[in-house]
Design a protein around this ligand. Structure first.
Ligand code: IPM
Ligand code: MG
Length: 360
């Protein structure tokens, strides 16, 4: 019987509510399959700041390094917005991505056919959407130096952020994306702004060079402004998209609306020696404590964890099938509610996934 260890980082806002549902699903799976799953909770974000004065305590990092995978809820909220930049909850999330060198962020935007009418976009546009956004996660403008706000001699202020990418950083994310494309429809679109930004001109050059190793994958390039438009014009043209940290942040939110709700989208942040899984949505301060948050993105993130970090693809399949089943049953949290469906809260949705698992 194998044993795996998972660090749960519920974080802030709805984070604890949705992570509790994923934990319920994992606990049930472990009991059923004879797998020993050691799940411990740690602190990150505003919750960590409140308890320790640091949004990413050293203890959390050490435990994250020692476990098989990390499952995170969400960080941030209005309570911590007045804090200095260095101790804001978001620094905890960016800090763990950097410290574990989680450079490859997989954000699948796949439409569940049951939710085709939940999207704000027309059925004929979104039907069949199945895109994998591969976002570079540990470099780019999020981390480039110099950065900050300077006060100039005349007393005015100057805000600075730097977009920088080294060839090795581009090579490794390009390679990850080509590997992903190889297992899908073998189409990779690299998104940049090479007509304006030198750093992404280099990005394009290096992606093309890496592409020589993958002659079986059809490589194309698109400027980010055009990509933003093409995503809602004709999403079916995309299979895998690879892009920089900030463009990936923006385009993955946009892509999520093709699937009905941002509350449905999981993600995996992978490094060479560590992995973290989290829903792509945020801490949703407006619905905290109401018991209405959609736990499915976190449950699907747990499925990605089973597949990518715990080498348990059959359990991952079972979770995904169970999520499909509860959608077939017509159960909907408010974010994906449609007329004629049955509105349920966070806990009932988690329970329904477990019930669907036990029927499979
Ligand atoms: C995301 C989020 C984060 C990001 C925030 C919370 C720092 O928007 O994971 O997409 O910008 O990467
Ligand atoms: Mg984002």
């Amino acid at each position: 019987m194998s044993s795996k260890s998972i660090l749960l980082l519920p974080g802030d806002g709805i984070g604890p509510e949705i992570v509790a549902e994923a934990r319920k699903v994992l606990t049930w799976l472990a009991q059923q399959s004879g797998l020993t799953l050691v799940m411990e909770e740690g602190l990150i974000g505003g919750a960590a700041y409140d308890a320790t004065g640091n949004p990413l305590p050293e203890e959390t990092l050490q435990r994250a390094r020692a476990c098989d995978a990390v499952l995170l809820g969400a960080v941030g909220g209005p309570k911590w917005e007045p804090l200095p930049y260095e101790v804001r909850p978001e620094r905890g999330l960016l800090g763990i991505r950097k410290a574990l060198d989680l450079y490859c962020n997989l954000r699948p935007a796949k439409l569940f056919s049951q939710l085709v009418d939940a999207s704000t976009l027309k059925r004929e546009v979104v039907e069949g959407t199945d895109i994998m956004v591969v976002r570079e996660l540990s470099s780019g403008i999020y981390f480039g130096q110099p950065r900050g706000v300077q006060t100039l001699a005349d007393g005015s202020r100057l805000g600075i952020n730097t977009l920088s990418y080294s060839t090795s950083e581009i090579e490794r994310i390009a390679r990850s994306a080509f590997e992903v494309a190889r297992k899908r429809q073998k189409k990779l679109c690299s998104v940049d702004k090479a007509n304006v930004l030198e750093a992404t001109e280099l990005w394009r050059e290096v992606v093309i060079a890496v592409g020589k190793e993958y002659p079986d994958v059809a490589l194309s390039h698109m400027y980010v402004d055009n990509a933003a438009m093409q995503l809602i014009r004709n999403p079916r043209q995309f299979d895998v998209i690879v892009t920089t940290n900030m463009f990936g942040d923006i385009l993955s939110d946009e892509a999520s609306m093709l699937t009905g709700s941002i509350g449905m989208l999981p993600s995996a942040s992978l490094g060479d020696t560590a992995a973290l899984y989290e829903p792509i949505h945020g801490s949703a301060p407006d619905i905290v404590g109401l018991g209405v948050a959609n736990p499915l993105a976190t449950i699907l993130s747990a499925a990605m964890m089973l597949r990518h970090s715990l080498a348990l693809p059959e359990l991952a399949d079972r979770v995904e099938t169970a999520v499909n089943r509860v959608l077939d049953q017509g159960l909907r949290t408010p974010d994906i509610m449609q007329t004629g469906m049955q509105k349920v809260g966070t806990v009932a949705m988690g329970d329904a996934v477990v019930a669907a698992l036990s029927e499979s």
